[in-house]
Design a protein around this ligand. Sequence first.
Ligand code: LLP
Length: 420
Amino acid sequence: MYEFKYKNNELWCEDVRLQDVASEYGTPLYVYNKQSVIDHCRHIENAFEGVDHLSCFAVKANANVEILKIIADEGIGSDVGSAGELYLSLKAGFPPSKITFSGVGKRADEIEYALDTDILSFNGESVEEIDLIQRIASTKQKIARILLRVNFDIEAGTHRYITTGRKHNKFGIDKSKAKEILLNAAKLSHIEVLGIHTHIGSQITDKETFISAAKSVVSMVDELRSVGIPVHHVNFGGGFGVQYQDFISHPQLPVENADSTEFTTVELIEAALPILKQTGCKILIQPGRSIIAHPGILITKVLYRKVTDEKIFIITDAGMNDLLRPSLYKSYHQIIPLNFESVQIEIVDVVGPLCETGDFFAIDRNLPFVKSDDYLAIMCAGAYGYVLSSNYNGRPRPAEMLVDGYETSLIRKREKIEML
Ligand code: LLP
């Protein structure tokens, strides 16, 4: 799974020396490894062996069509949150029968588009939305399949911006209302109720949280069946946390604090699966990060070292517009040099060039000594990396490239300032 490796003090991705890639394609540059994407898909699929299931990649985590094609080729489906993501999924070759549509604010035109393409199902989020889906489906003389997203009020123990399963969050229907709403939905002429959906948050690293969500799903399915509501599908969402710290080790790299992630994605899935299986339903999941975080990195060049009385700032050519996660969620990404020249470790802030104090990748981080023109890799940046990039501060978005064995290909061109 770990295709990024040091060989003779230089970082490689499979048979490609990343220093060469950085010089050829320029920086900032997202680099993905095809084999790693495949491996992550297969690990998840193997965890479900013998179980009637469908994994739908959450396109919001990474929407590059070439990445989506790799995932579609693995037989996995997609979960979309907008017409744009549906368009990209179809372009990448996901069959509509493996596409689900999530999100609290689906517009009428998006519902129409999804019905026209005959996707597998909508994850319904509100009574008004289900009514609108019914009206549009009836006009089109189509049947819309829905799963009701239930909010079980479960604390996911993750950053509050990415917790979705608490009562005060905008997502889903309160568990006490689900029965009544589904009873009504099941009577609608152009709605077919398939079952229930839940997604309690992202970067959840604790087995117990998934176990408790799975138990809530099972008792809800029992409750719904007891009043005659057909439940054939349960969608358990995504949220499986991944390791960010100490991802790559090298004798000269400082050891990072033990990561809070004790379990692999497969272990987290395996904790919930025996419980979910009690429903006898087809089990759907919507993993995003657990497929694409590890296979992607962001390479950036050191522009300057700036030493003040208080700090050593390593100023890079990538900024918060290229990778927003540290600024938005104080997310931790391991940062490592592409080449080791020095054994000296120093405490630095790694910051971008934008006019924002929040434009940083690491604060007070132990890092091997680096100087201008050295390259750094920001690890585990494949999920919620490029998709959250922007043109803030008049900065063109970075390029994306793919490594497959010894081959490299540009999968998204760097924007030019004329495109701003
Ligand atoms: N399903 C639904 C309905 C979702 O809203 C999400 C993510 C997923 C699946 C996939 O979750 P995952 O397996 O990737 O955890 N930008 C944040 C993460 C936001 C997650 C939004 N929803 C970050 O960079 O940490």
